[in-house]
Design a protein around this ligand. Structure first.
Ligand SMILES: Cc1cc2nc3c(=O)[nH]c(=O)nc-3n(C[C@H](O)[C@H](O)[C@H](O)COP(=O)(O)OP(=O)(O)OC[C@H]3O[C@@H](n4cnc5c(N)ncnc54)[C@H](O)[C@@H]3O)c2cc1C
Length: 482
């Protein structure tokens, strides 16, 4: 091992790379961390989760102010939004979190941090800024970037992506959003709430296409009621720059052609993995259009080179990147064999209402041909939801033929947080009967988790058979009314 400069080298200072770099160094491995941008933190901190959730909160507060009468308050005429102030708030939140991800902090942990573009020179060494560093093991965690579709005219028309949207100098009057995945939907709702006229274009017939149709359609209905326009089952024919405005020509599935004009075009059509310029072909490392191929231990076709996070093209979430980083640490640093298991990987789209998912949804259970039953509980039956004026949505529990949980979907207020209880239940193998008999504080949204399980058990508990047995033993007289 002495022949290498480092025990482990990490390419990419985002969620996956930082998990491995900090862990490896704290376990005593001599660690190199290389980041292409000027700051550590990755997409999540600078252009992803953190700015988007900050924007969502700002937009929600503005939306509530404009709808104050719904809460028994006087009507408020809200001043128009100055996006410069919104962008400042976003930047201030990023700056606070940046401190956890600073070069100084990592140096304090013992990690050598280098900034610049790294390229593999051979299977054990990279070139960066005229220097060569070698390491016994490597992790590629270079993340992903917005996928830019090939649409006639797009190359010569200015557009924005998640990289620009959080630092605009003013609120656009209008915006066409290309795509209807989580990023597109979160941004469409937020900008619409702030005062931008928003139209969403989607090729398929459903927004948030990985989710169950009934849940995703309800998010769409809420957004429509707030003023967002949707063009589903629609192809984009061309894009043109008209100066102050841009024109997007679309063709609906009925053949009707339409020109949408907007001040900004947001491209949010998915992600492409950051593999270019890494010199992967030179070391014969396997990757394809989806990303770098890895086995369950997160190893590439070269056993000592690992890949984790968005760059593998699998589950592109920060918590997935962190989890995979943990798998790499276990295998590459601790030499404790560990395989990634995504059975209970949760996720959430932070629209209002939020849509959170763990395990199988109805769509996936049907596609897999698994016999299942569905149990639901509506938020409008939850006292706290009513008190909060958050009555939309439901929880959906999917059970297999033996009554074991396959998955949970929650559409409603704080769905992402409510899913936390299910993360523990499913990963810990907690029995549904334990959840049903547990006491939840009243009045909380979390009671919905217990209630949905109660719905499953109540048919068994209050059955005719049980009633007959009780009558036999205790001579109960039955109904007292009607
Ligand atoms: C708008 C938006 C909202 C999102 N919201 C959420 C959310 O709410 N929840 C969630 O879980 N996920 C969310 N995501 C996804 C999340 O941001 C990613 O899944 C996560 O950042 C992936 O982490 P990573 O470590 O794989 O990559 P990244 O965090 O992107 O880190 C990769 C790093 O590698 C660097 N790099 C690239 N090339 C090189 C090179 N050649 N040499 C050295 N360094 C290089 C990059 O500069 C970057 O810093 C969101 C994404 C977007 C775009």
């Amino acid at each position: 091992m002495a022949k290498y400069d480092f025990d482990i080298g990490v390419l990419g200072g985002g969620a996956a790379g930082l998990t491995v770099a900090s862990g490896a160094s704290q376990f005593g491995a001599k660690t190199l961390l290389v980041e292409k941008e000027k700051l550590l933190g990755g997409d999540c901190l600078h252009y992803g989760c953190v700015p988007s959730k900050t924007l969502i909160k700002t937009a929600r507060v503005y939306h509530m102010i404009k709808n104050s009468a719904q809460y028994g308050l006087p009507d408020v005429v809200a001043k128009p939004v100055d996006f410069k102030d919104v962008a400042l708030r976003i930047k201030s939140v990023i700056d606070k979190i940046q401190k956890h991800d600073s070069e100084e902090r990592f140096c304090g942990l013992g990690v050598k941090v280098e900034f610049g573009d790294a390229e593999f020179r051979d299977e054990h060494s990279i070139r960066i800024g005229g220097k060569t560093y070698s390491a016994n093991k490597w992790l590629i965690a270079t993340g992903s970037s917005p996928m830019i579709p090939s649409i006639e005219g797009l190359e010569s028309t200015p557009y924005i992506t998640n990289k620009e949207i959080f630092s605009l100098d003013r609120l656009p009057k209008s915006m066409v959003v290309i795509g209807a995945g989580p990023i597109a939907i979160e941004m469409a709702q937020s900008f619409n709430r702030l005062g931008t006229e928003v139209a969403v274009i989607q090729r398929s017939g459903q927004i948030l296409s990985k989710e169950d149709g009934d849940m995703a359609d309800e998010v769409k209905r809420v957004m429509e009621s707030e003023g967002v326009t949707f063009h589903l089952n629609t192809a984009i024919l061309s894009v043109r720059d008209l100066g102050d405005e841009k024109k997007v020509v679309i063709k609906r599935h009925d053949g009707y052609t339409l020109g949408l004009k907007a001040e900004k075009i947001l491209v949010a059509l998915g992600r492409q993995t950051n593999v270019e310029g890494l010199g992967l072909d030179g070391i014969s490392l396997k990757y394809d259009k989806k990303g770098i191929s890895v086995n369950k231990k997160m190893q590439t076709n070269h056993d000592h080179i690992y890949a984790a996070g968005d760059v593998t093209g699998a589950y592109q979430f920060t918590h997935a990147a962190g989890y995979e980083g943990g798998v790499v640490l276990s295998n590459a640093v601790l030499h404790l064999p560990k395989k990634a298991n995504y059975t209970y990987l949760p996720w959430c789209t932070y629209a209002d209402p939020e849509l959170a998912s763990i395990g199988m949804n109805e769509k996936r259970a049907k596609d897999a041909g698994i016999e299942h039953s569905i149990w639901k509980e509506e938020f409008r039956s939850n006292d706290r939801s009513l008190a909060e004026g958050e009555e939309r949505g439901r929880i959906k529990m999917i059970l297999d033929h033996k009554g074991n949980p396959l998955g949970i979907q929650i559409l409603g207020p704080r769905a992402g947080d409510l899913l936390g209880e299910w993360v523990a239940v499913l990963n810990g193998g907690v029995k549904l009967s334990s959840l049903a008999s547990s006491v939840h504080p009243y009045p909380t949204l979390s009671e919905i988790n217990k209630r949905v399980v109660g719905n499953y058990f109540s048919g068994k508990i209050f059955s005719e058979k049980v009633k007959k047995t009780l009558k036999f033993f205790f001579h109960f007289k039955g109904r007292a009314c009607g």
